[in-house]
Write a protein that binds this ligand. Structure first.
Ligand code: GDP
Ligand code: MG
Length: 597
């Protein structure tokens, strides 16, 4: 296709503002999906995406469109993942486009995710088309929000398009606007091929499907390709476009968007952001912006039934075929047995992975409290990367560094006070504050990631009656006064409960944990002290009092069968007991103590 006839665009929107519905309508209007085949959210392929109504994996779809000038164009819609955990994937999908539709719910107005993605789009120099959706809703306030949108991107309120993705009103006009306002791709057709990978998906039948946008040159079926970050070469088996079903083509040229199927076995060999070139005539310069996927949040995953361990391992390997960001390694815990320490992009990524393991592989799992990655420098200059609190180094520590995020919070102005309080209590630093309109405020904070992964979002929602929204991206690290708190049962450390916390929060963590465990662990034949300690210093202590051996006396002699039943039951219960030193702890106690509420 002549690049002048191509338009590559994406839709950026806060969750639920109608991105998937609008994509559906575009598919239908351009005739690529017939009305009777149409099902809601055609592009959201994974079941979990449908259920949660979120887009995890981006997809691209080619839409042929004859504009009002009677010229036939090729519009490539690149769907971006909407959640903060996947912001790197968002930024790569944006880099594959020349323009973005900024879609805002006409009954809700701008939200944090809209803004965060808008900033990213502006950084990528994209043309922005502001659009209000859901104008069919009685609660819609198109005038108010058109003014808000215009104010933010610097256009006239009359430039804001108004559509209903549900009924289709205004969508044809929007497609024409895309042709008119978004510049066609430019690239050097004669240069060695360079294409950027913006998504990579494992498909049981087809293997790894790599979605690319060609920048320069041409990729053809009959050549070997090379991944520029690793220099690894692969056979090209198929090249095609999604419209939206996969359709083979002979080649992809400048500005075109399509997929490659190569000899690649799992998505880690075909990484988002990497540059694909021809192996016989390779380009010399890699496209900018490539980054190794880097897990930000770690958690231990353990099967509740220990015999499920091999099933869990196989399941994690299978998920990894399709998830370059998921990492794991075996780990043993005195409290929880054999499991894996897993790394995730963020909390949602963790949740989704756990969900899939339980659902698709029929596993019952317990996960330890999520923690971030710490860098610890010792006084002898040795550096440690700590992904598990129980492995926090002993000895003379020079400094501990923790990862930071830049957060954007958006809220009605009534809630500025409560939000500031929350952010302050989480060691946040206010960077700036802007009124988007009279009654809506944008606040920008830097915060330690560790403070966000733990119930920050829930707290924010409850303090703002659900009105505030949050988005964040990684932003360097800081030195902080962090300590490891251990929890000890009768002097033995229970590894699963060790946590790295700010010095000021050590006492309250220790107190909460010892109290919780005192309630959960049954009384033993002897007294059991529960302690929280920082190094050798005990900071909190609870006691479980001893019991006398009088269980059987409750049966008042007589009924022998009842006595036997009771003994039987005790034996069964013991099977699921874990020994911590001399103390017997039911696995249930660990599970409840670890589950957050
Ligand atoms: P996404 O999270 O941005 O992909 O949003 P969805 O496309 O999943 O839409 C979220 C909800 O809004 C769904 O229940 C849609 O049916 C509804 N919705 C989307 N567009 C419209 C619209 O134009 N009008 C109305 N009334 N509802 C809409
Ligand atoms: Mg969606």
């Amino acid at each position: 296709t002549d690049p002048a006839l191509i338009r590559n665009f994406c839709i950026i929107a806060h969750i639920d503002h109608g991105k998937s519905t609008l994509a559906d309508r575009m598919l239908q209007l351009t005739g690529v999906v017939e009305a009777r085949q149409m099902r809601a959210q055609y592009l959201d392929r994974m079941d979990i995406e449908r259920e949660r109504g979120i887009t995890i994996k981006s997809q691209a779809v080619r839409l042929p469109f004859t504009a009002t000038d009677d010229v036939s164009y090729v519009l490539n819609l690149i769907d971006t993942p909407g959640h903060v955990d996947f912001s790197y994937e968002v930024s790569r999908s944006l880099a594959a486009c020349e323009g973005a539709i900024l879609l805002v719910d006409a009954a809700q107005g701008i939200e944090a995710q809209t803004l965060a993605n808008l900033y990213m789009a502006l950084e990528n120099d994209l043309a922005i088309i502001p659009v209000l959706n859901k104008i069919d809703l009685p609660a819609a306030q198109p005038e108010k929000y058109a003014a808000e949108l215009a104010n933010i991107i610097g256009c006239e309120p009359s430039d804001v398009l108004k559509v209903s993705a549900k009924t289709g009103v205004g969508v044809d006009e929007l497609l024409n606007e895309i042709v008119a306002k978004i510049p066609p791709p430019v690239g050097d057709a004669d240069a060695p091929a360079r294409a950027m990978i913006f998504d990579s998906v494992y498909d049981t039948y087809r293997g790894v499907v790599t979605y690319v946008r060609v920048i320069d040159g041409q990729l053809g079926t009959r050549e070997r390709i090379q991944m520029m970050s690793t220099r690894a070469t692969h056979e090209m088996l198929e090249i095609g476009v999604s419209s939206p079903e996969p359709t083979k083509v002979a080649s992809l040229g400048v500005g075109e968007v399509g997929y490659l199927i190569t000899g690649v076995k799992d998505v880690r060999q075909s990484k988002v952001g990497d540059t694909v070139t021809s192996a016989t005539k390779p380009a010399t310069e890699i496209l900018s912006g490539y980054r190794e996927p880097k897990p930000m949040v770690f958690s231990g995953l353990y099967p509740i039934d220990g015999t499920d361990y091999p099933v869990l391992r196989d399941a994690l390997e299978k998920l990894q075929l399709n998830d370059a960001a998921l990492v794991f390694e075996p780990e043993t815990s005195a409290a929880l047995g054999f499991g894996f320490r897993c790394g995730f992009l963020g909390l949602l990524h963790l949740e989704i992975t756990r969900d899939r393991l339980e659902r698709e592989f029929n596993l019952d799992l317990i996960s330890t409290a999520p923690n971030v990655v710490y860098q610890v420098r010792m006084e002898d200059a040795v550096e440690h990367t700590v992904t598990n609190p129980s492995e926090f180094p002993e000895g003379k520590i020079a400094e501990v560094r923790e990862p930071m995020v830049r957060a954007t919070l958006l809220s009605p102005s009534d809630f500025v006070g409560p939000i500031m309080e929350l952010c302050q209590s989480r060691r946040g630093n206010l960077q700036g504050m802007d009124y988007l309109s009279e009654d809506r405020v944008e606040m920008r904070y830097t915060l330690p990631l560790a403070e966000i992964v733990f119930d920050f979002f829930d707290q924010l929602k409850s303090r703002t009656k659900g009105y505030a929204s949050l988005d964040y991206e990684p932003s360097g690290e800081q030195i902080a006064d962090l300590v490891k708190v251990d929890i000890l049962l009768q002097g033995e450390t229970v590894d699963a409960f060790s946590a790295i916390v700010h010095k000021e929060n050590a006492y309250s963590y220790g107190l909460a944990m010892t109290k919780k465990l005192r309630e959960l662990i049954p009384r033993q034949q002897f007294e059991v002290p529960i302690q929280a300690a920082v190094g050798a210093r005990v900071i909190a202590r609870e006691n479980i009092r001893a019991i006398r051996k009088d269980v059987l006396s409750k049966c008042y002699g007589g009924d022998i069968s009842r006595k036997r039943k009771l003994l039987e039951k005790q034996k069964e219960g013991k099977k699921r007991m874990k020994m911590v030193g001399r103390v017997e702890v039911p696995q249930e106690a660990f599970i409840s103590a670890l589950s957050t509420d």
